[in-house]
Design a protein around this ligand. Structure first.
Ligand SMILES: Nc1ncnc2c1ncn2[C@@H]1O[C@@H]2COP(=O)(O)O[C@H]2[C@H]1O
Length: 226
């Protein structure tokens, strides 16, 4: 698939016409990262926007004692690294390739030129940033008001909504997540995740298929954690 076709699938650039897409394609640089490789660190200077062609990228924060929170799991067609290009500050998070990742970069000046000359791209970017602020607010709400079980359920339901695929038993969460990764996404301990996953398997609301979590009865799961 050509770069222009991929760009046309990205909500931020979907308003661009064919000529703009071809033009932007010619400005993209391919970059490959091995599984587990760091794409950038929090605090690095941001010089480019990243677009995912293949693979999965985790947007993460880590503490000096080695604790981690995963803010988002991104895959094909997602773009990241826009914040530092907009405000000129350093990278706000770490980004790491969860599996071999084929990325494209668009340099800051080129990205900004599209924002300045194509209002639809700026509006789509604002919509994207609104979602990001909402998700971050939700994260603050969850950490302040929800217990471990409800946070786990909320993250499972969100993953199923954004990255779920129908499976024979229910709705499979496509990224294969270890319990530690799930714990990092929920901001709870791995032990809690283990305890509640086993509970929901026993209750018949959840199962595992080839390493993927399957929500058998998402509605019941949602009601259970309310
Ligand atoms: N809370 C968040 N949820 C999802 N993505 C984020 C969040 N915070 C930052 N990012 C992305 O991670 C990137 C890190 O580098 P930037 O700060 O340049 O741009 C950031 C956004 O693209």
């Amino acid at each position: 698939m050509s770069y222009a076709q991929l760009l046309a699938e990205i909500p931020m650039f979907e308003s661009l016409g064919r000529e703009d897409l071809e033009n932007m394609s010619s400005l993209l640089q391919p970059r490959r990262f091995a599984r587990g490789e760091v794409i950038f660190h929090r605090g690095d200077v941001g010089t480019a926007l990243f677009i995912i062609r293949r693979g999965q990228v985790a947007i993460r924060l880590s503490s000096s004692e080695g604790r981690e929170i995963t803010l988002a799991l991104l895959d094909r067609g997602d773009a990241f690294g826009e914040l530092s290009l907009l405000d000129g500050e350093v990278r706000s998070t770490d980004a790491m390739a969860r599996e071999e990742a084929h990325l494209l970069t668009l340099q800051r000046e080129d990205f900004r030129r599209y924002l300045e000359t194509r209002p639809q791209v700026s509006l789509a970017l604002l919509a994207n940033m609104s979602r990001l602020v909402r998700r971050t607010t939700q994260l603050v709400y969850d950490s302040a008001f929800l217990d471990a079980r409800s946070r786990l359920v909320r993250v499972l339901l969100e993953l199923a909504k954004t990255q779920g695929k129908p499976s024979p038993e229910g709705l499979a969460i496509t990224p294969k997540l270890t319990q530690s990764e799930l714990a990092n996404l929920c901001g709870v301990t791995r032990e809690s995740v283990n305890k509640w996953l086993r509970y929901y398997v026993r209750e018949g609301m959840l199962s595992f298929e080839g390493g993927q979590i399957v929500l058998i009865q998402p509605e019941r799961l949602g009601q259970d954690a309310e």
